[in-house]
Design a binder for this molecule. Structure first.
Ligand code: SF4
Length: 316
């Protein structure tokens, strides 16, 4: 894997584009969450597939699928980020969050579990916090069972697991995420087991998009607030989400606040995650994928608009 470009604002978020010997490309990113300094919280986001076969209707990372990223290449993405910030591989951050979420549904790649097994030995990082989020595809039993084991063994109380739901209407969800996925009862059962009453509750994520049904009472029928919390984010302004009319151009923060109240009223703990607008401009937010820009004629005013130069490999 060779880094061919990078862009961003080093103090906030950076996106790296890398290529393998077959010419396949992937991206990985790092960010901080102001006002916290990097040593307080540092987020790394890596790719687990070359493209993604699911091709969700709001995600730019679902390009043509070209296979699974090997454990070595996942670790190489982390090494590249760590080498810039902490070349001695000692990461002193209170929280070093590693998200397997840039490009690819992680449940399609059992090497994600291999990487999870290697992380504690590879880095000196007391704040290591792996984070796996999935749309819950069907037919990935082996992955989910292995993930459960590694979480129990190595990360009993420092692990984040998320189901990305996005809609509480199953037909609508199927349209947004055009692949066979677990039904809510199956997700609830697995979520309760992986939480196991220890550490952080399982997150149910909704990227609030225009015209998408999110009904807290419907969700409450399946998911107990004792084991699940809700995370609400605005639908990020990706090219796909904009083309499909999901991006709220008016006041996403207000919509999010109102929906959070509805969830609290039925007993859930809610995280309202608005994020940094500058990250949209850089293209480092969830579902964003810089390479998609080259194929689209669409201009999104508040996204992928970072004016800084994309550095070439000669600059690195
Ligand atoms: S949101 Fe995740 S599962 Fe859906 S296309 Fe993007 S990378 Fe794949």
């Amino acid at each position: 894997m060779k880094i061919v470009a990078r862009t961003g604002v080093p103090e906030l978020a950076m996106v790296y584009i890398a290529e393998d010997e077959q010419g396949r490309r992937l991206e990985f990113a790092e960010s901080v969450e102001p006002p916290y300094p990097r040593d307080e919280k540092w987020v790394n986001i890596i790719s687990t597939l070359w493209g993604c076969p699911i091709q969700c209707r709001f995600c730019d990372a679902g390009l043509q699928y070209k296979g699974k990223v090997s454990a070595d290449t996942m670790l190489a993405q982390l090494d590249a980020l760590v080498d810039v910030r902490y070349p001695d591989k000692r990461i002193p951050c209170v929280k070093w969050k590693i998200q397997f979420a840039r490009m690819g549904e992680p449940a399609f790649n059992r090497d994600v579990v291999t990487v999870l097994r290697q992380l504690p030995e590879r880095y000196s990082a007391p704040g290591l916090l792996p984070s796996v989020s999935t749309v819950g595809p069907k037919g990935c039993k082996k992955f989910f069972n292995e993930l459960l084991l590694v979480k129990r063994e190595l990360y009993p109380d420092r692990f984040q697991f998320q189901f990305s739901l996005h809609s509480t209407d199953l037909d609508e969800r199927q349209h947004l995420i055009p692949a066979p996925t677990m039904i809510f009862a199956e997700m609830a059962d697995y979520g309760e087991r992986i939480y196991g009453g220890v550490g952080r509750k399982v997150t149910l994520n909704f990227a609030l998009g225009v015209g998408i049904t999110v009904d807290p009472k419907e969700l409450r029928r399946f998911f107990s607030p004792d084991a699940f919390l809700i995370k609400l984010t605005p639908m990020n302004p990706t090219i796909r989400a904009s083309e499909n009319g999901y991006v709220d151009e008016s006041d996403p923060a207000l919509r999010l606040k109102m929906k959070a109240e509805d969830f609290r009223n039925v007993g859930y703990e809610v995280i309202e995650s608005i994020g940094e607008l500058e990250e949209n401009a850089i293209g480092s937010n969830c579902g964003q994928y810089l390479a998609r820009l080259g194929e689209s004629h669409l201009t999104i005013g508040n996204a992928y608009s970072y004016s800084g130069r994309i550095l070439s490999s000669n600059d690195l």
